[in-house]
Design a protein around this ligand. Structure first.
Ligand code: MRU
Length: 355
């Protein structure tokens, strides 16, 4: 059975508590929007697509259990819930905000249709959230297959490819299959994956805690490295491509992703290794022209100074802990989406045209 970040059936949502991984795999019920926002804020669930999916499904389960009696109450409840969910984590990742905007305008349009009833509208919100879940898995499979094929085509038929990845972009960060890890998964399914190097991803260790867990679970040939070993690994271990995910890709192809992504892109350029961003169109924010205007989440200093609650840094030292960084488009070979693989400068046109 493949790993699941969420288990959903109508009226029931269980979220895998990622804070307990890799030691314990525990699914916890989320019965409504407040618990959904809490799971996002406390990082029980993380990863841009998974945040939007858990947020939207938490709304769906609350509406199923306690449907509003008036259309005006439904509209207000959905608007306020989405606001709470968007604010649960400072917004470098765009997916939750995009989902909120999409749902609010969809609902207003539906409510204006002649014959609209509060029951019918509530059902359509629940269905909308359920579709998000299904679409994410479908999109990720497409990203995986398109990305794998593109990498194989550009490595001139080399028997097995070696991938370096960062942070966690797998089943745990999405509704399933993963984005950058989806590419790895597809390469493995095609029998063309030689090895994966995953970075530890300091300071929050999504790589060593979560990606390593997924790779072991999937029996993928893989090695964990610290972030500071990336250069020597690229030079000495025949890395064919670096593939990472994204929290927000803007119109010119600049990409925000987990802090440390930018340095991997610089290193890849130095070593002549292609650098790919794998992201669904739900992570693309074509309304922002460049990465300079992306808000970067800053996280508590204890994530750097402490390990498992034990202080390791010298008391009194100042700390800066940005959770993400922006990789400029010039360092990105291509962006792998469910609608095609595009050079950064072709993204905007490519996404509007699609496959
Ligand atoms: O802070 P996190 O763990 O939510 O950050 C996750 C990432 O940066 C991922 O690379 C990104 O969300 C893409 S997940 C498919």
């Amino acid at each position: 059975m493949s790993l699941e970040s969420v288990r959903y059936s109508r009226g029931s949502l269980l979220v895998l508590n990622q804070l307990l991984l890799p030691h314990s795999s525990q699914y916890e019920p989320v019965t409504g929007v407040r618990e959904g926002a809490d799971a996002i804020r406390t990082m029980k669930v993380r990863g841009a697509p998974a945040i939007a999916i858990v947020g939207s499904l938490s709304l769906a389960v609350e509406l199923t259990a306690d449907p509003p009696q008036q259309t005006s109450d439904l509209l207000a409840f959905v608007r306020e819930s989405m606001e709470l969910l968007v604010g649960a984590r400072p917004a470098t990742a765009v997916n939750m905000k995009k989902a909120a905007d999409e749902l609010n305008s969809f609902l207003v349009q539906e409510a204006e249709k002649p014959g609209a009833t509060v029951q019918g509208l509530t059902d359509s919100v629940v269905l909308w959230a359920e579709t998000l879940l299904e679409k994410d898995v479908r999109d990720n499979r497409m990203i995986g297959d398109l990305g794998a094929q593109h990498i194989l085509d550009s490595t001139n038929g080399r028997a097995g490819v070696v991938i370096m990845t960062h942070c966690n972009t797998g089943s745990l960060a999405t509704a399933g299959y993963g984005t950058a890890l989806g590419v790895v998964r597809s390469l493995q399914a095609m029998g063309r994956l030689s090895h994966v190097f995953c970075t530890e991803t300091r300071p929050y260790n999504q790589g060593s805690r979560l990606t390593a867990y997924e790779l072991v679970y999937e029996k993928t040939p893989a090695t964990l490295i610290t972030d500071s070993m990336a250069a020597v690994t690229m030079r000495d271990r025949q890395v064919s491509a670096v593939v990472v995910g994204a929290d927000r890709v803007v119109a010119n192809g600049d990409t925000a992703n987990k802090v440390g992504t930018y340095q991997l892109a610089v290193l890849a350029k130095h070593h002549g290794i292609p650098f790919y961003v794998a992201a669904p169109s739900t992570s693309c924010d074509l309304g922002l022209p460049t990465g300079g205007s992306i808000v970067i989440e800053e996280r508590p200093s204890r994530e750097l100074t402490d390990i498992n609650g034990v202080r390791v840094a010298a008391p009194g030292i100042g700390v800066w802990n940005p959770a993400f960084d922006v990789t400029p488009n010039g360092l990105i070979t291509a962006i792998i989406t469910e609608r095609g693989v595009f050079k950064p400068e072709e993204l905007k046109v490519g996404l509007s045209r699609g496959l």
